[in-house]
Design a protein around this ligand. Structure first.
Ligand SMILES: [Zn+2]
Length: 297
């Protein structure tokens, strides 16, 4: 099977992870811009981070046969550093319209503050004006209130719900997200929060339409193989192959291909790996022998 993990912070993962993901069938990923675990103190830190998502990380994933797309945005946590946040909001447009950027994200609420609301509103407006998809992060605490607020703000701004992906849903929020007409994504964590078993129950209860499974794997305890593992469990729990395909491949593709940045036809073929390639004179090889796969005729 082939999988699309539409939310993973691969910059924090190793080449072993990329190899294991490719071997498990992960064909494409989306890496949304987010918080790096400690607050950034300068605008330059954001500039370099955004350029790495568009440049080096896209190249690095390609070296293991994975198509890499990204989302650009100011995350909710750092929206609370209001001075720096305003500077970041000014540079978001410079990166958001580049090749391989499929959405504005991940943006939304963390502590549900006025500063977060300001940054979210500004970025949803930018996305609407530029006909972009938005990937919404939802808070760990007070999740339902955060999600409903994100949905209401987007609706009140006239943002098209079919371009809104609400992430980190759970049993308490899935109905709100679906009722508003947005896509409902679920992050599958290895030990807590949403697990694969719970995901199976949600797909059984609501059906696979507009539901999306992702890993959100990052620098914390998380699993870059969450999507293939959940797919396997869904099949074992009696869900149809069609439901698994929709929730672990097609729905994410349909949502984010609206950006016009995904060559859907090309994605159906696994790209041959060529590790002799360089990005800005740098390779992933560290002096080791490159892997080169034959180009299919
Ligand atoms: Zn994330």
């Amino acid at each position: 099977m082939r999988f699309f993990d539409p939310h993973i912070h691969v910059t924090s993962r190793t080449t072993d992870d990329l190899e294991n993901m490719a071997a498990a069938g992960v064909r494409a990923v989306i890496e949304p811009a987010f918080w790096v675990g400690q607050p950034r103190t300068t605008l330059g830190a954001f500039t370099d981070y955004f350029s790495s998502l568009i440049g080096w990380e896209r190249f690095r994933a390609s070296q293991f046969g994975i198509s890499h797309y990204c989302a650009i945005g100011l995350n909710s946590k750092e929206a609370n550093n209001e001075g720096l946040a305003r500077e970041v909001l000014e540079i978001v447009p410079r990166f958001a319209l580049k090749e391989g950027v499929v959405a504005i994200g991940e943006i939304g609420f963390d502590e549900i503050t006025a500063a977060e609301e300001f940054a979210y509103t500004e970025q949803v407006q930018f996305a609407r004006q530029n006909d972009m998809v938005v990937m919404v992060h939802s808070p760990h605490r007070d999740k339902k209130r955060g999600i409903v607020r994100s949905l209401e703000i987007a609706r009140d701004l006239g943002f098209p719900m079919e371009k809104l992906v609400i992430d980190h849903n759970n049993e308490e929020t899935v109905e709100d997200t679906l009722e508003f007409g947005a896509w409902a994504a679920f992050t599958i964590y290895p030990h807590t929060k949403m697990g694969s078993e719970r995901m199976c129950e949600i797909v059984k209860k609501y059906g696979p339409e507009r539901l999306i499974v992702d890993s959100s794997a990052d620098w914390g305890v998380s699993d870059p193989l969450s999507v293939p593992k959940t797919a396997k469990l869904m099949l074992e729990r009696g869900l149809s192959p069609e439901a698994v395909e929709l929730t672990t491949w097609q729905n994410a593709l349909d949502a984010y291909a609206q950006s016009g940045q995904i060559d859907v036809e090309a994605l159906l073929q696994k790209p041959p790996i060529d590790q002799t390639q360089l990005y800005a004179d740098n390779s992933v090889l560290r002096g080791q022998a490159p892997r080169v796969e034959a180009v299919p005729n």
